[in-house]
Design a protein around this ligand. Sequence first.
Ligand code: SF4
Ligand code: SF4
Length: 414
Amino acid sequence: MKKFQDYEEEIYKCSRCGLCQSVCPVYKATLNECAVSKGKFTILNGILKGDLAFTQKVKSYLDLCTGCNACKNFCPSDIDARDILIAAKNEFYKTCQVNFIYRIISSYFVFKKLLVCVGVFTFLYRLLGIDKLVNNLSFLFSRIPFLGRYILLYNSLVFSGHSKPSVFCSERDSYNNLKTAIFFEGCFNKYINPQTEDSVFKILSDAGIKLMKKNFECCGISFLSDGNFDEFKKIIAINLSKIDSDYNYILTDCASCNSVLKMYKDFSSDKRAADLSAKTISVLDLIHNFKFVANNDFKLAVHVPCHETFDLTNFVKNIANATFIDVEDSSACCGFSGTFAIKNSEISRKISKSKAQKYYDSGVDFVITTCPACVLGLEQGFLDIESKNNTARPKVINLFNFLAGYCSIKNIDL
Ligand code: SF4
Ligand code: SF4
């Protein structure tokens, strides 16, 4: 990974044309020029020239970014804002006197403890059937000011829409082509809701792939996005230590995990990191030749996560017996983006709401996506719309849950 100073030339390339403002979701929601890459590059220019220094204030401007990289795709100078901002945040950690409390809060140690607590709480919550209760009484919870909204948002992640697939296989004993894939479950499947993982195992159960699990930790995306490379490298080392057998693929069901695992090679000299990055593929890469048929003539739309590299739109268009609706800005950021939604809650909600409104107006039955954070982003948008409307709204669903719960497979061609 390049250092902040290595991006000097690229930062100078910014001509201040302002074209990035037309696509930046944070700028559109705030009209704050410091929120878009043009403004951030002006600040970083000042730092490179020695006129400004990295401070908490500067960091808060750098944090005004979802990392969607829409500006790069639109920038005539082809500047990669996401990489530059991550490197700049890392420089902040290296040069600024970050206080002890902040370091503890932003450590992997605390993050892991938090995940375990959430995992235990979620297990009990579902065991007691509270998820079903909240789902059935959602109209009541939506009327509870402030707290009701957060309960519904949490419940949208925890509630399982359909029961555990009946064809479930954790490890196959008989294989035809003997390809071995290690499944990277990610922290969402592991601690909050394994439904997507169950769906993936169901879909792949007849594909002749030996699937293994290694009890991985989180991929580390929140530390990478925050420029906290020390903690990110700790997670890489832990995950690499879990691999104790040969494999052909590391398989992910989440667009964000997939993109981060492919970057492990840039942060670790361990040759297992290069191997892992090279062998990381999406479940979609394995099933793109399967023929899926929807159980009903559903109207489907997609939300393409910012980190998705697979052609999700085309995949969903090819689901038979369903109607694909092309909703405007389906590839635009949902506004959630992990810690961005916590640090900049109001802006995040505004972006999510405007995105959800387009799906609402399109009248689709499902909005299909491939990242749990995007599910949350769209759900928070729909919650803000629902408080003013009583008509039915689209269901936000992970692609693999849709395929396992609402489709059948007609032919498998690997
Ligand atoms: S589009 Fe590119 S060159 Fe133009 S202002 Fe934005 S970052 Fe600078
Ligand atoms: S990465 Fe996205 S949110 Fe960040 S400055 Fe670029 S367009 Fe705006």
